[in-house]
Design a protein around this ligand. Structure first.
Ligand SMILES: C[S@@+](CC[C@H](N)C(=O)[O-])C[C@H]1O[C@@H](n2cnc3c(N)ncnc32)[C@H](O)[C@@H]1O
Length: 343
């Protein structure tokens, strides 16, 4: 079976577990899976609610044909779920949506999401957002999503929007070998609409504004153009941040993306967090930042030193923003929030 469309079906035990999560109150009259694959999630749902109307979609013609044969009483649609209007009549009518969307994120694809603002999201979260449009006021969604999307910077603004309007519960972290032919950490989450949104606010921008403007380096170390020429500039990577100073600035590059002149405070974006890895870039020193470094430019060296000390004093708060199962990382948004709190 071609895996271009991420046809990685949920094992039966996981499908049953996802269905068992659904609260027992309320009728489940319309049950949907908009990326249904072989229909494993629907089989589990049908066992629990045999009289429910099934609403089924898949982009693949072969899958849609098989689904029609497997669920003869269901409404089966063949459409690209992120774009189609064929399903519009079902908006607000689905009492339970089950979801194991494609999310391999090859090429770290981002999807535009229309929330009266220019949101973008990774593939899994884009499918989830679209699914939420179909839920009835008391409806529930149960989804298996890549674990990383719960804490990625790419999806942060969208999760904030979702959590304001839905109660989000993480029920289970799945083993990386849960799916055949795909090694990926996933989580099972459920979402239920809040009676009232927690914050009524129109979101019209991707990230909240913070008092500091932060810069994220651009150069990936393996792509850096190293040079000993006069015009080359020292490259600062997270490994150059040691003992609260800049050390071993002996590697120079001709790259000009992400050039920064001090004064600024530098801290690692990726890697094991340590209070010793915060450093001041002195006034007048020009460097190029690797993509593992975040900089906070300031107007004077004394302000840079003061900010570094404030971060050191509140280190535990900033340390908690480093998350992620492989290499821990933080985001500009999280750092910006912490700086607003501690200064
Ligand atoms: C990971 S499988 C999920 C199968 C099923 N929901 C399950 O859990 O067993 C993803 C399915 O999404 C379908 N798909 C991929 N892109 C799609 C899109 N844009 N719209 C609708 N379906 C899509 C694929 O054909 C594939 O069958």
């Amino acid at each position: 079976m071609s895996n271009r469309l991420d046809r990685i079906d949920s094992p039966a035990w996981l499908a049953k577990e996802m269905v068992d999560i659904v609260s027992s109150g309320g009728r489940r009259s319309v049950i949907a899976d908009f990326t249904a694959g072989k229909g494993n999630l629907l089989v589990a749902a049908q066992t629990r609610w045999p009289r429910a109307q099934l609403l089924i979609n898949d982009k693949s013609s072969a899958a849609a044909r098989d689904l029609e044969a497997r669920f003869p009483k269901a409404k089966v649609v063949k459409a690209d779920f992120l774009r189609t209007r064929k399903l519009d009549q079902w908006k607000g009518k689905v009492s339970l949506a089950l979801l194991n969307p494609p999310f391999s994120c090859r090429g770290a694809k981002r999807h535009g999401i229309n929330l009266k603002g220019d949101f973008v999201a990774g593939t899994g979260v884009a499918f989830l957002m679209r699914t939420l449009e179909f839920l009835s006021p008391t409806g529930q969604a149960v989804a298996v999503l890549p674990a990383g999307c719960m804490s990625s910077e790419k999806d942060e603004a969208v999760w904030k929007w979702i959590r304001q309007r839905y109660i989000v519960t993480i029920h289970r972290k799945c083993n990386r070998r849960t799916f055949e032919s795909c090694v990926v950490g996933t989580v099972v989450v459920s979402l239920k609409k809040r009676a009232k949104p927690r914050i009524v606010k129109t979101i019209s921008r991707q990230l909240e504004k913070h008092r500091f403007s932060l810069i994220r380096g651009k150069i990936q170390i393996h792509n850096a153009k190293w040079s000993r020429s006069e015009s080359a500039i020292p490259l600062v990577h997270s490994t150059n941040l040691q003992e609260n100073s800049l050390t071993n600035l002996d590697r120079r590059t001709t790259n000009r993306n992400g050039v920064l002149e001090g004064p600024a405070v530098l801290l690692p974006r990726v890697g094991k967090p340590s209070v010793n890895k915060i450093a001041v870039l002195p006034r007048g020193l020009r460097v190029v930042l690797s993509d593992c470094v975040i900089a906070i430019p300031l107007s004077s060296s004394s302000r840079a030193r003061r900010l570094m000390n404030q971060i050191r004093e509140n280190w535990q708060i900033l340390k908690n923003t480093y998350q992620g199962s492989c290499a821990p990382y933080t985001t500009m948004s999280r750092v910006g929030s912490v700086l607003s709190r501690i200064t």
